[in-house]
Design a protein around this ligand. Structure first.
Ligand SMILES: NC(=O)c1ccc[n+]([C@@H]2O[C@H](COP(=O)([O-])OP(=O)(O)OC[C@H]3O[C@@H](n4cnc5c(N)ncnc54)[C@H](O)[C@@H]3O)[C@@H](O)[C@H]2O)c1
Length: 398
C-alpha cells in the first residue's frame, strides 16, 4: 500500500486521486497540499484524506507520507522534487517534467543521487490502446517504424497559470507536445536518439505571449520521423490521435474524441460530457471511463508496482528529461526556422545506429519494389536489378 502526499488539488490532482483511490484500490492519499485552505479542505473531504495543509513541506515531510505525487503548475515541479528528495521519499511528477531541459536535468540528477524512486507521469503512453499498440510494434507487427505522428489539440487549458509564459514555461508545445513527443518516441524506440527538430509555431488566436499552435518533426538517428501537432485553438473538444507507419503495417488510434460512443441529447440534465468537450447538446461524444482511457490507472499501477518490486517505472525522470530536450530544440527551431540539434548531455540509448532500410530481396538478382493486382485482373511484380539499377516489371497474370 502506498501512502501518498498529493501536492495540488486542482484538475490533474483530482484525476490522479480518482485513479489512485478508484474502485477498491489499496493505495491512499494521506496528505493533501493546496495553496488555498478551502481547496485543501474540500479535497480532503471529497477523498477522505486524513491530513490537509497549505504548506508543501508539511505534506512531504508528514510521517505518514512515503510517496509524493506532484500535481502543481510547471514552475513548481523542481522545488517540489527537491523537497521530496530532501525527505528521501519516492517522487512521481506530472508532465512536463521541467519548463526546459536544464530544470529537468537538475531533477533527474537529484533523484538519482539520492537514490529515490522516480516516475514521470506521462499518462498517454499508458492508455489501453497505446499499450496494446506498443506491444504490437515491439513484437514486429508493423515491421520497421518509419513515422509516428501524434496529435493533441483542444480549445485551451483550464487555469490562468498555463497562459502565463513564465509560470508555464511555454505554450502548447510544452503543455501538449510533451505527450506527443513521448508517444512517438515509444513507437520509434526509446533507445534511438532523437537527433534534430524542425518546428513551426505561432500565436494565431489567443492574446498570449506563448504559442497556441505548433507542428514539429523530430528526426531520429535511424531516420525515423516523429511528428507532433499541438494546438490550444482547436474547436470541438479534445482531439487525441496517433498514427504509426511501419514497413509492414499501420496503426491509427483515436484515443478520446471518437471512441465509438456517440450520443444525441437536447442537453436536458446533461452538463459534463468529457474533458474539454465544448458542448453538451446535439450529437456528443462521451468517453466510457475517462480515467482509464487516459491511461491513469495503468500508469499508477506501473509506478506503485515499481516501488514495491524495486524496479524502475516504465517512465522515469530520464524520459522526462529527454522530452524536455526535444522541446528545447523545437523552441529554437521555431525561432531560427531551421533544423536544430537536440542537446542531450545525458544519453543512455544506442549510438551510431544505421539508417532503416526496408529493401526486400526478390531473388539474388532483384529487389522487390511492389506487387500489384489491378482492377482488370492483371497481376505483376515491380523489381529492381541489384547490379544495374534497372526497374522492370514481371507479369504474373496478364
Ligand atoms: N494529462 C496530464 O498528464 C495532465 C493534465 C492536466 C495538467 N497536467 C499537469 O499538472 C500540473 C498541474 O496542472 P492542473 O491542470 O492540475 O492545474 P490546476 O490549476 O487545476 O491546479 C494547480 C494546483 O496547484 C496549486 N498551486 C500551488 N501553488 C500554486 C501557484 N503558485 N499557482 C497556481 N496553483 C498553485 C493549486 O492550489 C492547485 O491545487 C501541470 O504541470 C500540468 O501540466 C497534466
Amino acid at each position: 500500500m502506498r501512502k501518498i502526499a498529493m501536492l495540488g488539488s486542482g484538475f490533474i490532482g483530482r484525476f490522479y486521486a480518482d485513479s489512485i483511490q478508484g474502485l477498491r484500490s489499496k493505495d491512499k492519499i494521506t496528505s493533501i497540499y493546496s495553496r488555498r485552505e478551502e481547496s485543501a479542505k474540500k479535497f480532503a473531504e471529497d477523498y477522505a484524506v486524513p491530513h490537509w495543509c497549505t504548506s508543501m513541506e508539511e505534506a512531504i515531510h508528514h510521517p505518514d507520507t512515503d510517496t509524493v505525487v506532484i500535481s502543481l503548475p510547471n514552475n513548481l515541479h523542481e522545488k517540489a522534487v527537491m523537497e521530496a528528495v530532501s525527505a528521501g521519499k519516492a517522487v512521481l511528477c506530472t508532465k512536463p517534467l521541467g519548463r526546459n531541459a536544464a530544470e529537468a536535468r537538475r531533477m533527474l540528477e537529484a533523484v538519482e543521487k539520492a537514490g529515490v524512486f522516480h516516475g514521470y507521469l506521462e499518462d498517454l503512453v499508458y492508455t489501453p490502446k497505446t499499450i496494446k499498440a506498443l506491444e504490437s510494434v515491439q513484437k514486429g507487427a508493423l515491421g520497421k517504424i518509419l513515422w509516428a505522428r501524434s496529435r493533441e489539440a483542444h480549445p485551451g487549458p483550464h487555469s490562468n497559470w498555463f497562459w502565463d509564459k513564465e509560470q508555464a514555461g511555454g505554450g502548447c508545445i510544452l503543455d501538449l507536445g510533451c505527450h506527443c513527443i513521448e508517444i512517438a518516441r515509444g513507437y520509434i524506440g526509446k533507445d534511438i536518439r532523437p537527433v534534430e527538430v524542425m518546428c513551426w509555431s505561432d500565436t494565431q488566436v489567443k492574446p498570449i505571449d506563448a504559442e497556441d499552435h505548433a507542428i514539429g518533426l523530430v528526426r531520429y538517428e535511424n531516420g525515423a520521423i516523429g511528428q507532433f501537432e499541438v494546438s490550444w485553438t482547436f474547436r470541438g473538444g479534445l482531439d487525441l490521435r496517433d498514427e504509426v507507419m511501419g514497413s509492414e503495417g499501420t496503426i491509427w488510434i483515436n484515443n478520446f474524441l471518437r471512441t465509438g460512443f456517440d450520443m444525441f441529447t437536447s442537453g436536458e440534465g446533461y452538463d459534463y460530457v468529457s474533458e474539454k468537450a465544448e458542448t453538451n447538446k446535439g450529437w456528443i461524444f462521451p468517453v466510457g471511463d475517462e480515467i482509464h482511457e487516459l491511461g491513469y490507472n495503468f500508469m499508477f499501477a506501473d509506478m506503485f508496482d515499481g516501488i514495491e518490486h524495486g524496479r524502475p517505472a516504465r517512465e522515469t525522470f530520464y524520459d522526462g528529461y529527454v522530452v524536455n530536450a526535444v522541446m528545447d530544440a523545437a523552441y529554437k527551431s521555431s525561432e531560427s526556422k531551421r533544423w536544430e540539434p537536440v542537446e542531450l548531455d545525458i544519453w543512455r540509448g544506442k549510438d551510431g545506429v544505421e539508417k532503416i532500410s526496408g529493401a526486400k530481396d526478390y531473388d539474388d538478382q532483384y529487389y522487390l519494389i511492389k506487387e500489384e493486382t489491378t482492377h482488370y485482373g492483371a497481376s505483376k511484380l515491380i523489381l529492381k536489378d541489384k547490379n544495374t539499377g534497372e526497374i522492370v516489371e514481371k507479369i504474373l497474370k496478364g
